[in-house]
Write a protein that binds this ligand. Structure first.
Ligand code: ATP
Ligand code: MG
Length: 236
């Protein structure tokens, strides 16, 4: 999916939390969004996903406005995963049931996804009994299962242990290589962004202070705030 943002603003009462003049995310881009707490990253991805309204401005999806049809082709994995009050299997199968795939195809895809993500043993467990990391894996599986053209991830590895992180990163990488969706990923982890993303946007105080191809921004940043952020992260 191709995205164009124009003069996008979000205010909470008198406080401005988002102010993006323009941004073009072309089809197939894997964009990392990096920035300090409160920079407006989650606000931006919620607005892009139509979960929240902007105060003003415009977003074009493949050149047009948001529609029901589009909403079936995109998804957001929230910073705090939200699951349905049912089993893990049913959570992952749900997007395919909505799209009326036949039961055999649903079963094949869900089982294969659970194997890939190493969560087969959670198949019949109730979603509300999962640990934080397990819930994040299920939320990601549910997002990938219907192969969206726009996948938006908000800190999807926040509660994930290092070995599961490699697994989840590889799963997403393979999804991107296989289906060439547009992916927008909010992360605090610059190393993770370097491993996965083709492009990166640095956000500070609601604004995108730098945007470009990953290597160009990381190795040849033109912005002093971005430079400080990059060197601070790498020192950790
Ligand atoms: N409903 C709300 N009412 C008032 N202020 C809000 C509301 N939602 C978000 N904010 C403010 O908007 C700003 C941006 O929040 P946002 O969640 O987008 O930040 P973020 O970049 O995702 O941060 P983090 O890295 O901590 O997740 C913050 O200062 C937050 O307090
Ligand atoms: Mg956030």
């Amino acid at each position: 999916m191709d995205l164009r943002i124009k003069a996008l603003k979000k205010h909470y009462e008198s406080k401005s939390v988002l102010d993006i003049n323009q941004l073009h995310i072309s089809k197939g881009t894997f964009l990392g969004i990096i920035g300090p707490n409160g920079a407006g990253k989650s606000t931006l991805v919620k607005i892009l996903s139509n979960v929240e309204d902007a105060t003003s401005g415009e977003i074009l999806y493949n050149g047009g406005g948001f529609s029901n049809e589009l909403s079936k082709d995109m998804t957001l994995v929230f910073q705090k995963p939200y699951l349905l009050r049912t089993t893990v299997y049913n959570n992952i199968a749900y997007p395919l049931q909505l799209r009326k795939l036949d039961q055999a195809e649903i079963d094949n895809r869900v089982i294969s996804m659970m194997k890939t993500m190493e969560i087969m043993e959670l198949k019949d467990q109730k979603a509300w009994t999962l640990s934080g990391g397990e819930a994040q894996k299920v939320a990601l599986a549910r997002a990938l299962i219907f192969r969206p053209s726009l996948l938006i991830l908000d800190e999807f590895t926040a509660n994930i242990d290092p070995s599961s992180m490699v697994l989840l990163e590889n799963t997403i990488k393979q999804f991107h290589e296989g289906y060439r969706p547009t992916i927008i990923m909010v992360t605090h982890n610059i190393q993770q962004a370097k491993r996965l993303c083709s492009h990166v946007a640095f956000m500070i105080n609601g604004k995108i202070v730098e945007y470009g191809e990953m290597n160009e921004v990381i190795f040849n940043s033109q912005n002093t705030d971005t430079q400080k952020f990059i060197s601070g992260e790498i020192l950790i």
